[in-house]
Design a protein around this ligand. Structure first.
Ligand code: C2E
Ligand code: MG
Ligand code: MG
Length: 667
């Protein structure tokens, strides 16, 4: 197995200076320095040539007899050198070749000077040039950025050339040669040492930069993975609600701007609860996945997009506009699922296979001014399809009077739902993972249609939010939860879901204070679950309201953490007491990357000092995973389904009388 690059870099940074370098990193280092070295070589040649020409003035002073041809040679050579290296640079010649050319040029320049100097009559003055040889060495080792081997070769060349020329042309006392040699060797060693240290330093700078880059890449990769996971439904691999809502917004925009009409089709698996109860959750999941696959294939053929809207509900968007086309599209979806022939023996209607009910609406035959209205029309059609015996498709038609009737329209239903006793609360236990004890309960709202059928929250809550009915319903839920659970002391803490619309409503905190004083309950035992989202974080009214709630002493919990864009910044702006990680992360944690992601999220929230609830514990395996991560609290079907007050009361009573059973069944 090859070692990750990041580890190789760490090892390289810890190595002593004499240890052999990694071949891979050395190659990367050279490649990264290539362009800079070429540029350096080119620029330095200009500078060195100018200096070489300027030294002609010293020639005129010290060796005037040979100075005229020598100065001319210096000027001509300088011009040629600059041109040769410039040409190489422009042609893109490799840095090693440019360096070799520069080194040869330095040697040639030195040799040319020696040739003239040794024929001068001013032997004594020529001997002074010994000092200038050191300058050539500095040029070789410091000015140019030569690799060590080339620098050594060049320095030795200069030293040998000078000493040999002096020995042959101007016999001097032995002391002169000895001191020249000492001067050369010491400056040679010193400049070489500096050159070498510079190279090591550059290599370390490169390694540190590479390490930072690799870390950054890793963070970006994780971010992408997080985004992908937060857009994908882990069970079916389809887009999740958030992602499909973004697509919906894009379709709607295209309809507004370019009149490109489209259809929104809601698909709900019939009697899915019976299916789950009979075949178990694993089979339920695989049924969802098979239906999802079939829908994805079909949508592709219509150039549409498909997502999981909630539990057993899917949505398909496609650019189909005429009535006949939509009816045909909806019917082909229905038939595709039926043709899967997935057995479903526990259907009350005796059909025997899994089928779907479908509600469709299209911009072409709707007067909807907002996208929410279009979805509500599709909802209404779906509701109608279910009411017509299921396994059928309905297309919303605004001219169809029967669809607008009071008992079919969720919005109308909601207006009188409290008065007509159609809403109720169910409670789902939240347990401490280590002991299995119930330490809180979440209140979830339920709505019953006039025909007695339950309408799921993911259908009626958006309608309630759109119409504003959520304000009254929310107040009712709060009062009811306080009275039913806290006043009766059935759970230490009860959490109530609160939507952004409620938080934006003027006087919300005053209303809450009123409920607290009327019911006389301890605010610390009440928690508000607020779902992360842009409306929360970016809205001054909401932030003010959240502050007021905090002052009342109510706990604030962040719900469905990780599903929205605002997650992390929400954590920073609002001091939540508890964070609930969305169930998609637990369900996705069976894969390696998903596991790491969940672990990271747990660590992040824990480091931030918040308490943690993980939602969606559906299996023993999920629970074991949370135990291994030492998560404090958990919630999910495996730990207790949402039940009506009586059921919840019995659960508490049963567990109080037999605590050992709790630990066994829950832990
Ligand atoms: P939520 O607040 O995240 O509630 C948790 C949802 O997950 C509930 O769905 C619950 O039944 C479901 N659930 C619990 N354990 C499991 C599990 O192990 N697996 C799976 N797959 N699901 C599980 P429900 O009751 O359908 O509520 C859906 C959403 O509707 C809630 O999500 C909440 O956002 C909203 N909602 C419910 N009641 C109210 C309310 O009174 N006010 C407001 N504003 N929103 C509410
Ligand atoms: Mg909640
Ligand atoms: Mg939640």
């Amino acid at each position: 197995m090859t070692m990750p690059l990041c580890d190789i870099v760490e090892i390289e940074l810890a190595k002593r200076w004499w240890a052999a370098r990694s071949a891979e990193l050395t190659t990367r280092f050279r490649t990264s320095r290539e362009a800079a070295r070429k540029k350096d070589g080119h620029f330095t040649m200009w500078f060195a040539s100018a200096t070489y020409s300027a030294f002609g003035l010293v020639d005129l002073y010290l060796i005037p007899d040979v100075a005229p041809p020598l100065v001319a040679t210096r000027l001509i050579l300088s011009a040629i050198f600059v041109m040769v290296v410039g040409w190489q640079y422009r042609r893109g010649v490799a840095a090693d070749w440019i360096d070799t050319t520069c080194a040869s040029i330095v040697l040639l320049a030195y040799g040319s000077w020696l040739a003239f100097a040794t024929s001068s009559g001013y032997a004594f003055n020529v001997s002074y040039y010994m000092a200038y040889g050191v300058i050539f060495m500095m040029v070789a080792n410091l000015l140019f950025n030569f690799r060590i081997r080339l620098a050594i070769l060049l320095s030795c060349g200069i030293m040998v050339a000078f000493l040999t020329a002096m020995l042959l042309s101007f016999p001097m006392p032995a002391e002169y040669y000895v001191s020249s040699l000492v001067l050369y060797v010491s400056s040679f060693t010193l400049t070489l040492l500096v050159n070498w240290k510079l190279n090591v330093e550059r290599y370390h700078v490169f390694l540190n930069a590479l390490k930072a880059k690799l870390r950054e890449d890793e963070v970006v990769e994780r971010g992408k993975e997080l985004l992908r996971l937060s857009n994908t439904d882990p069970l079916t691999g389809l887009k999740n609600r958030r992602a499909i809502e973004e697509d919906l917004a894009a379709y709607w925009q295209a309809w507004q701007d370019e009149r490109r009409s489209f259809a929104a089709v809601l698909i709900d698996i019939d009697y899915f609860k019976n299916f789950n109860d009979h075949y178990g959750h694993q089979e339920g999941d695989s049924c969802l996945a098979l239906v999802a696959n079939a829908l994805a294939d079909l949508a592709q053929g219509w150039d549409g997009t498909v997502g999981r809207f909630g539990g057993e509900e899917f949505i398909v968007l496609a650019a189909v506009s005429d009535d006949a086309g939509i009816a045909h599209f909806a019917e082909s979806i229905r038939r595709t699922v039926e043709d899967l022939r997935l057995p479903h023996e526990r259907r009350p209607d005796g059909e025997g296979v899994v089928t779907v009910s479908i509600g469709a609406a299209s911009t072409a035959n709707s007067s909807a001014k907002r996208v929410e209205r279009l979805i509500s029309e599709a909802d209404t059609a779906l509701y109608r399809a279910k009411g017509s015996g299921r396994n059928c498709a309905w297309v919303f038609d605004q001219n169809d009077g029967s669809l607008g009737e009071e008992n079919e329209d969720i919005a109308t239903l909601l207006k009188s739902a409290i008065a007509d006793d159609l809403v109720s609360l169910v409670y789902q236990p939240i347990r401490r993972v280590s002991t299995g004890r119930i330490e809180a309960a979440e209140a979830l709202m339920r709505l019953r249609g006039r025909d007695g059928r339950m309408i799921p929250p993911n259908i009626f809550i958006p309608v309630a939010e759109r119409t504003g009915a959520i304000v009254e319903l929310g107040r009712w839920a709060l009062e009811t939860a306080c009275l039913e659970l806290i006043a009766a002391d059935l759970a230490p803490v009860v959490s109530v879901n609160v939507s952004a619309i409620q938080l934006k409503t003027p006087g919300f905190a005053i209303m809450v204070a009123g409920v607290l004083s009327e019911t006389g309950i301890d605010p610390q035992r009440l928690a508000f679950e607020i779902t992360e989202g842009r409306e929360i974080e970016g809205n001054a009214d909401v932030l003010r309201c959240i502050n007021e709630l905090r002052q009342l002493g109510i706990q604030l919990w962040l719900d469905d953490f990780g599903t929205g864009f605002a997650g992390l910044s929400c954590l920073r702006t609002i001091a939540f007491d508890t964070v609930k990680i969305d169930r998609s992360f637990l369900h996705g944690a069976t894969l390696g990357a998903g596991h790491m992601l969940l672990e990271d999220m747990v660590r992040l929230i824990r480091n931030h000092g918040q308490r943690l609830v993980v939602e969606g514990v559906e299996t023993e395996r999920h629970l074991a995973l949370l135990k291994s991560l030492r998560v404090e609290w958990a919630q999910g079907y495996h730990l207790g389904r949402p039940t009506a007050l009586d059921g919840f009361r019995s659960l508490i009573a049963a567990e109080a009388s037999n605590p050992i059973r709790v630990v066994i069944s829950a832990g």
